[in-house]
Design a protein around this ligand. Structure first.
Ligand SMILES: *[C@@H]1O[C@H](CO)[C@@H](O)[C@H](O)[C@H]1NC(C)=O
Length: 261
């Protein structure tokens, strides 16, 4: 499938009246005590993740299984029963953001009690007819996620993003992650590749504008702490319990974050 960054002319199809997100990052200098607190919280988060076995070894297994590369969008159908256990009612209105969003959205729409929408960060040049129909109905949109998302705050109960963040530099992550927190009501889930993993369709990487950079869980957690994004511990706990029960080994790193409210 061929993908290019979405054309900017389309991204504000109905983006009027989007609240400014600037206030989410006040420039005030944190007190030394607060900084120390953040370091301690960060250390606990890191230790928590290291010991929670969020799948450090399973990445390599997944890699050898899927020799053509790994797509975290393809991981979502496998994770769905676990996500339902962890999020329950919060699966009512789901927004998926990432490549192959048409197939993820179609899969979610088959679930009872789930409405779904999608944002495709790259052009859908060779979309099949069912994907084109989702775009026509406004269920799937093509939008460059480096810019504000064309939705009001808390439009969705849950936002799931896969792969797309791996292509963004920290400068753009700083803009995009608060957007995920803004448009979600009950939290958002990040599916991201393990370091050393090869993305699917390596030959097409140049079309994403920037090669994917697989960051470690330590990197991500430090990043979340720095940008005041809080881990959704309740969801993480339920997710891990359900995953253990079904011997589910994620092929991607999965982070559970809280919405900003
Ligand atoms: C991202 O935001 C954090 C926290 O506000 C800041 O410390 C960091 O310098 C920013 N990074 C970039 C590349 O702008």
């Amino acid at each position: 499938m061929s993908r290019r960054p979405a054309s900017t002319t389309r991204r504000f199809a109905d983006g009027g009246g989007i609240p400014l997100v600037g206030s989410l990052h006040p420039k005030s200098r944190p007190s030394p005590l607060l900084s120390l607190g953040l370091v301690v919280v960060g250390a606990f988060l890191i230790i928590g993740y290291l010991y929670s076995g969020s799948g450090g070894s399973s990445g390599k297994e997944a890699l050898s299984r899927l020799e053509g590369g790994v797509s975290c969008s393809l991981e979502i159908p496998k994770a769905l029963p676990i996500l339902k256990k962890a999020y329950g009612d919060s699966m009512r209105k789901v927004l998926h953001i990432g490549p192959d969003t048409c197939s993820v959205v179609s899969m979610l729409l088959k679930e009872e009690d789930t409405e779904a929408w999608g944002v495709e960060p790259y052009d859908l040049d060779d979309a099949d007819s069912s994907c084109k129909s989702l775009v026509r109905k406004g269920i799937v949109r093509v939008a460059d996620i480096k810019f504000p998302l064309p939705y009001r705050q808390k439009s969705f109960s849950l936002v799931i993003v896969s792969d797309a963040l791996d292509y963004l530099s920290p400068k753009y992550l700083n803009k995009t992650l608060p957007e995920l927190a803004r448009v979600s009501a009950d939290g958002f889930v990040v599916f991201s590749g393990y370091p050393g993993q090869r993305r699917a369709k390596v030959a097409e990487l140049s079309k994403f504008g920037r090669p994917a950079k697989m960051r470690s869980s330590t990197w991500w957690i430090r990043y979340f702490v720095q940008t005041n994004l809080e881990e959704n511990e309740a969801a993480l706990k339920k997710f891990e319990q359900a995953a253990a029960k079904r011997s589910y080994q994620p092929g991607c790193q999965i982070f559970h974050l809280k919405s900003h409210h």
